[in-house]
Write a protein that binds this ligand. Structure first.
Ligand code: C2E
Ligand code: MG
Ligand code: MG
Ligand code: MG
Length: 290
């Protein structure tokens, strides 16, 4: 009930849902929040991997790890649903810890089999006020013999807002450790170029809302092209998220975008499927200009 009240206060639109008595939806939220805390220890979490295409090289050498939760009652629950719940109810750090450990373990396993990739992870606002994060990750990398350069942390600009000063300190300590940093969902939320300039990041991901219906002569095209130029001037690599069609990849290639991620290349896959896919030659559409 506490959650329902909190939601109602923050999002007036939601109040109606509960007043109309959406008991099932409410009960589902309550159950998910209760069960989240034990999902990791119950073995209900999985990491899926979505390839990132190096557009110029025509090769996949990186992937984003995306969390999946198989709930005993509800089946597969989307992170779009449970991550915000975990963030609001103080259990996101348990999930982040599991994600980092699992990703580093997977990197080690792939390294040993001669598959050397860079893996990106998503981290939340609460992780950015955790002063111990860099040390925790550093020890884990050392224990598994994985190079820090193989790990990328994706941070949204809104995640910086909780305590911007401390968040910057945490980012600097992660960088000092050798971990790469990326700005996720760029162009949505609380973008500020002043803040971007201060963040010690190496990569910027243009949000999929600008990419999905991209057309050469639209306003989105102006935004995407200038974001690519600005990023390059700042020394950042640029990823386009949500690339679903080959004509969009062609545009991005022409505009000098570095990396593409989206269903055109592949959807997020379980580790074994990702591995067999990434070891195969890429389709000619993705590998070369045509
Ligand atoms: P995100 O980090 O921006 O991840 C990209 C999302 O877009 C993923 O959704 C991915 O499956 C989806 N996507 C990729 N390509 C396409 C495409 O071509 N078309 C469309 N329509 N969608 C595409 P997913 O896996 O459902 O994750 C949603 C969000 O949940 C993520 O957005 C991220 O914010 C959050 N999330 C996922 N895993 C974690 C995690 O381990 N920790 C945290 N803190 N957040 C996570
Ligand atoms: Mg991401
Ligand atoms: Mg994103
Ligand atoms: Mg997102």
């Amino acid at each position: 009930a506490a959650i329902a009240l909190q939601d109602a206060a923050q999002q007036p639109g939601r109040l109606q849902v509960y007043q109309q008595g959406s008991d099932a939806a409410h009960q589902r939220q309550v159950n998910l929040v209760r069960d989240l805390r034990h999902a990791a220890q119950n073995g209900e979490l999985l990491l899926y991997y979505q390839p990132k295409l190096d557009i110029r090289a025509g090769r996949v050498t990186a992937a984003e790890a995306l969390l999946r939760w198989v709930h005993p009652q509800y089946g597969m629950v989307s992170p779009g649903e449970f991550i915000p719940l975990a963030e609001r109810t103080g259990s996101i750090q348990i999930l982040t810890t599991w994600v980092i450990e699992e990703a580093v373990r997977q990197l080690h396993e792939w390294n040993q089999r001669g598959l050397r990739l860079q893996v990106s992870l998503n981290i939340s606002a609460d992780d950015l006020v955790n002063r111990g994060l860099a040390e925790q990750v550093g020890q884990l990398l050392a224990r598994h013999g994985v190079a820090a350069e193989q790990l990328v942390f994706e941070i949204t600009e809104s995640a910086m807002m909780q305590d911007p000063q401390l968040a910057l300190e945490v980012l600097h300590s992660l960088r000092a450790c050798g971990i790469h940093l990326s700005v996720d969902d760029f162009g949505t939320g609380y973008s500020s170029l002043a803040q971007l300039k201060r963040m010690p990041v190496q990569e910027l991901k243009i949000d999929q809302s600008f990419i999905r219906d991209l057309d050469e002569h639209s306003e989105d095209a102006v935004i995407v092209r200038s974001t690519i130029e600005m990023s390059h001037s700042l020394g950042l690599k640029v990823v386009a998220e949500g690339v679903e069609y080959s004509y969009i990849l062609d545009l991005l290639r022409r505009w000098n975008c570095d990396t593409a991620q989206g269903y055109l290349i592949n959807k997020p896959l379980p580790p074994a499927q990702f591995e067999s896919w990434v070891r195969q030659p890429l389709s000619s559409t993705l590998a070369t200009e045509h």
